[in-house]
Design a protein around this ligand. Structure first.
Ligand SMILES: Cc1ncc(COP(=O)(O)O)c(C=O)c1O
Length: 399
């Protein structure tokens, strides 16, 4: 495949924007209050990269470091804990207002939950989040990974007590496999992507992610002018875009979605703009495992279609560049250990500012010395073998 940086842009008709009330202040504050009740909760740091911003000719770059989230090395526990808790409260017939970690630990509640099983498909990080959420509430977890996935990520899921294995399918077929097993065995499907007939749990997962947006908004102080969001199925990106659109309306930051060339289903769907989803089929062998999804989440796409401005599809080396920049900062900037899916947005920002052949795209996105950038490093070195191959051995050099 001829890999290159490609972009499509969207103009929005403000009269027909999709509903984002599911991500407004009342929802966000409930999600955040729940997370605050979880013992391991602490806001993740927002790292200021002052020298990098100066060197690239930007006003500000701050990167939120999700490797510090709940000891899970990625942001995913926010979604899994919130969605599992919402599901369990509904299952128990308890009102949502009472939803706290402590409430779900009460002995009579724990007794009623005993024997329940969560099931999911994952490239690694979401499954680790599901295994952790199952452990929080005393449930079983069954986790399925696509063929060719990372053994280290599988081991981390098993380390939390879940049953985990590789399938012989790609990611999207593994999702269908988990959904079939849920139906057949009466397990609870805790999937971070929506499809026809399955939207409630993925929406809860996305609402859980708004805690991240809320922390970032608070830590940033002023509003960023530009947010770069990496996407697999699009749930994270849509939750963050939905949060800022719901809170800021037309004043929201410029939103740019970033995907690997090898799994750019949102970019293709935005480019075609024909009301149908354009999926990527077959083997997806990107180092950005968390972004290696060929089919957009239906409810995420509806939000991104109307509340994201640019969709950029990038080669593998853009992620590698981001990993090297964040892991080897300029003097005085903090170091961020960022994995493949975590670093791709920073890699793109740097490339846009350095590469003259991308002048048109930089101008189109509107980046310059007054720009205030927010990126999210969504994972740490969740596959340490590959991390070292990139950062030490120079796998995927720029260009
Ligand atoms: C580290 C990381 N970043 C980003 C994403 C993308 O999230 P989504 O699939 O919701 O677009 C994932 C998903 O697995 C991930 O693991």
């Amino acid at each position: 495949m001829n890999e290159s940086i490609k972009a499509v842009h969207r103009q929005h008709n403000v009269d027909v924007l999709s509903d984002i009330s599911a991500y407004d202040a009342s929802v966000t504050s409930r999600a955040r209050a729940f997370h605050q009740s979880v013992p391991a909760y602490a806001p993740t740091p927002l790292c200021e990269l002052r020298h990098l911003a100066e060197g690239l000719g930007l006003g500000r770059i701050a990167v939120k470091d999700e490797s510090k989230r709940f000891g899970l090395n990625s942001f995913k526990g926010l979604g899994t804990s919130y969605a599992a808790a919402r599901y369990l409260m509904q299952y128990l017939g308890l009102p949502e207002e009472e939803m706290t970690y402590e409430r779900l630990q009460q002995p009579e509640v724990r007794a009623r939950l005993r024997g329940l099983t969560l099931v999911t498909a994952t490239d690694g990080n979401h499954g680790r989040g599901v295994a952790w959420a199952a452990k929080l509430f005393g449930l079983f977890a069954q986790v399925f990974m696509p063929r060719g996935g990372s053994p280290e990520r599988l081991a981390n899921i098993r380390g939390l007590g879940a049953e985990a294995s590789f399938t012989t399918y790609n990611y999207d077929d593994t999702v269908r496999h988990a959904a079939t097993l849920a139906r057949e065995k009466g397990w609870i499907l805790l999937q971070d992507t929506a499809f026809e007939g399955y939207t409630e749990v993925p929406r809860w997962i996305m609402q859980g992610y708004t805690t991240l947006a809320d922390e970032a908004a608070e830590e940033y102080g002023e509003r960023p002018t530009h947010i770069f969001l990496q996407a697999g199925v699009g749930s994270l990106a849509a939750a963050i875009a939905g949060y800022f659109a719901a809170h800021d309306g037309a004043q929201r930051p410029v939103i740019t979605i970033v995907e690997p060339n090898r799994a750019d289903c949102l970019y293709r769907t935005a480019a075609a703009d024909d009301g149908t989803q354009h999926i990527v089929t077959g083997e997806i062998n990107s180092i950005m495992a968390g972004l290696s999804c060929g089919e957009p989440s239906t409810i995420a796409w509806e939000i991104l279609r109307d509340h994201a401005d640019h969709f950029v599809s990038v080669p593998e080396w853009v992620a590698a560049k981001g990993m090297r920049i964040l892991g080897n900062p300029l003097d005085g900037d903090p170091r961020i250990i960022s994995g493949e899916s975590g670093a791709v947005t920073t890699g793109l920002v740097a490339e846009l500012m350095q590469n003259r052949s991308l002048d048109y795209l930089r101008e189109r996105i509107g980046l310059g010395k007054d720009s205030r950038i927010l990126c999210i490093s969504t994972e740490g070195d969740t596959d340490r073998t590959n991390y070292r191959r990139v950062v030490w051995d120079g796998l995927y050099p720029s260009y």
